[in-house]
Design a protein around this ligand. Structure first.
Ligand code: NDP
Ligand SMILES: O=C1O[C@H](COP(=O)(O)O)[C@@H](O)[C@H](O)[C@H]1O
Length: 503
């Protein structure tokens, strides 16, 4: 029997206001997630769905467009009765932060809608826009009083990227905190919507057997891998300004790192969990420029084949600068300065256009200290890994040595595997349902607090600065479809270690 915090209550009546409703995220992930919540009867009884666009359109036109997105991106067959229930309450409002009177009009229109639908004035504003619009929109919401509490709740959901470096993230936090309180800001990182990522907490803190060995005495090092086969595709203008490090490390890879490395929270509540995550991120050792260069590898992909697809050179992608030095691959060695992890390196790697798609955390335990079986030197034993598979192999695997049946002691490495799909019949999901539901019930455990975001940027800032200064020098290349730049292997080899084979 499953135990835990299972009761799924219906959220309070509220308005769910999506800025950037005409965009990709709203069509591909947010509305399909709302559909899945509607199908599970987890939307409020009294609900206003509002889409905000800078150029107005009729409600019907927006409904048609979102319906089209739903048919294309839904994770389950679309039931007309459910989609109708969700989209019949949709209203399109025209508002542009560059046109302040449009926000005054919006404020009036929203209040009228809420009165008509009796939602009690609770409001969730979802900023599904490019990041440069987060602050202008929030300021207009503040100026027009739409963020004032008036006896109801207000929540601001902010998409990634949250800043582009430490300075900009601090500035964005400080400006947003002038408008709303920390507990009213929901900084989304979609990795925290993944079952396999949430399960890291359960694996560590609902099982007594791991804690005694989860430290420097037993763990040799940790590898965090987020390898994608996808290239940059049509996102050249965004990606060329961003690169693999900013796009993935301070957010997604650090979610994995902090869940694996944090101390046990004293309670399962937002304050305790997020405090421990922020603490461990702030314990990542600061690196000098020379250390940052030594402890990192960056690469850019060249043309190559992945399966049936021919991938073109990164530099030939539309909107990518001709001599771009933006990295599409990053590997880092980080040290966490605390008692649990002293001397245990965390190796991180992420890249685009790689041969194998794999997101995993591999915890490498120390080898047996002595070769009792004189037929096998310790070095020849297979390595002991606990592998948390996030995607596509969703599950947990333990790699250990075993005796090969037969008269002599012959030893071989084997794997014990738990696969989600063998045990659970999971509901199809976009990964955003839990996050959106949690915003509506006011639970921010799975959202990033300001201190974590800033600690994340602080940890990667030395690499950003050192790479910027180095320019093209030190930038490796790798063939699309390969494992990434050869120097990434050297990063571990010089420590007497190697990356786990993903094949
Ligand atoms: N797409 C994805 O898969 C993911 C996206 N994200 C994040 O979600 C956010 C939205 O992404 P995505 O939908 O792809 O982006 P889009 O480029 O599709 O933009 C979304 C919408 O924002 C509106 N918009 C654009 N500029 C402004 C502006 N200056 N002021 C107000 N509104 C503006 C536009 O609508 P209109 O012109 O109608 O007003 C546009 O359709 C981004 O922050 C992105 O980083 C995060 C994870 C995944
Ligand atoms: O936020 C982002 O994440 C995706 C990878 O997400 P995943 O769930 O497929 O692992 C990445 O492709 C994209 O560049 C980045 O902006």
């Amino acid at each position: 029997m499953a135990v835990g915090q299972t009761a799924q209550k219906k959220p309070d009546p509220c308005s769910f206001v999506i800025f950037g409703v005409t965009g990709d995220l709203a069509h591909r992930l947010v509305v399909p997630a709302l559909y899945n919540l509607a199908a599970s009867d987890l939307l409020p009884e009294r609900f206003c769905l509002v889409g905000v666009a800078r150029k107005g359109m009729t409600d019907d036109k927006l409904r048609d467009s979102l319906m089209k997105g739903l048919r294309e991106f839904a994770t389950q067959p679309v039931d007309d009765a459910v989609s109708l229930r969700l989209l019949q309450c949709l209203t399109c409002i025209e508002a542009d932060p560059k046109d302040p009177p449009s926000f005054d009009a919006m404020s009036k229109q929203l209040a009228e809608l809420e009165a008509a639908r009796n939602t009690g004035g609770n409001r969730l504003f979802y900023l599904a826009t490019p990041p440069n619009a987060f602050l202008p929109i929030s300021r207009e919401l503040g100026r027009t009083g739409m963020l004032a509490e008036n006896g109801a709740w207000r929540r601001l959901v902010v998409e990634k990227p949250f800043g582009t470096d430490l300075v900009s993230a601090r500035a964005l936090n400080s400006e947003l905190l002038k408008l709303v309180d920390e507990h009213e800001i929901y900084r989304i990182d979609h990795y925290l919507g993944k079952e396999t990522v949430q399960n890291i907490l359960v694996l560590r803190f609902a099982n007594g057997m791991f804690e005694p060995i989860w430290n420097r005495n037993h763990i040799d090092h940790v590898q965090i891998t987020v390898n994608e086969q996808l290239g940059v595709g049509h996102r050249g203008s965004f990606y060329d300004q961003t690169g693999a490090l900013r796009d993935m490390v301070p957010n997604h890879l650090f979610q994995l790192l902090s869940l694996v490395a944090m101390e046990p929270p004293i309670r399962f509540d937002a304050h305790s969990v997020r405090a421990e995550k922020a603490d461990v991120l702030s314990a990542i050792q600061a690196q000098s420029e020379a250390e940052a260069l030594r402890n990192s590898v960056r690469g850019q992909y060249l043309a190559g084949r992945i399966g049936d697809s021919q991938i073109e050179d990164y530099r030939k992608i539309e909107d990518v600068a001709a001599g771009s030095t933006t990295e599409t691959y990053a590997a880092l060695k980080l040290i966490i300065d605390n008692w649990r992890w002293a001397g245990v390196p965390f190796y991180l790697r992420t890249g685009k256009a790689l041969g194998v798609k794999r997101t995993e955390v591999a915890i490498k335990f120390k080898q047996a200290p002595f070769a009792m079986f004189n037929c096998t030197p310790v070095e020849a034993l297979a390595q002991n890994y606990l592998v948390i598979g996030v995607a596509p192999n969703e599950g947990i695997a333990l790699q250990f040595n075993t005796k090969v049946p037969g008269p002599s002691i012959l030893i071989d490495g084997v794997e014990m595997k738990f696969r989600y799909k063998d045990y659970f019949k999971a509901e199809p999901s976009t990964g955003y349902e839990t996050l959106i539901y949690d915003c509506m019930i006011g639970d921010n455990i799975l959202f990033q607090r300001a201190d974590s975001v800033e600690a994340g940027w602080k940890a990667v800032q030395p690499f950003i600065d050192a790479w910027k200064k180095a320019g093209a020098e030190g930038l490796q290349t790798y063939k699309a479809g390969s494992e990434g730049p050869e120097d990434a292997n050297e990063l571990l080899r010089r420590d007497g270690r190697s990356w786990r084979k993903l094949g």
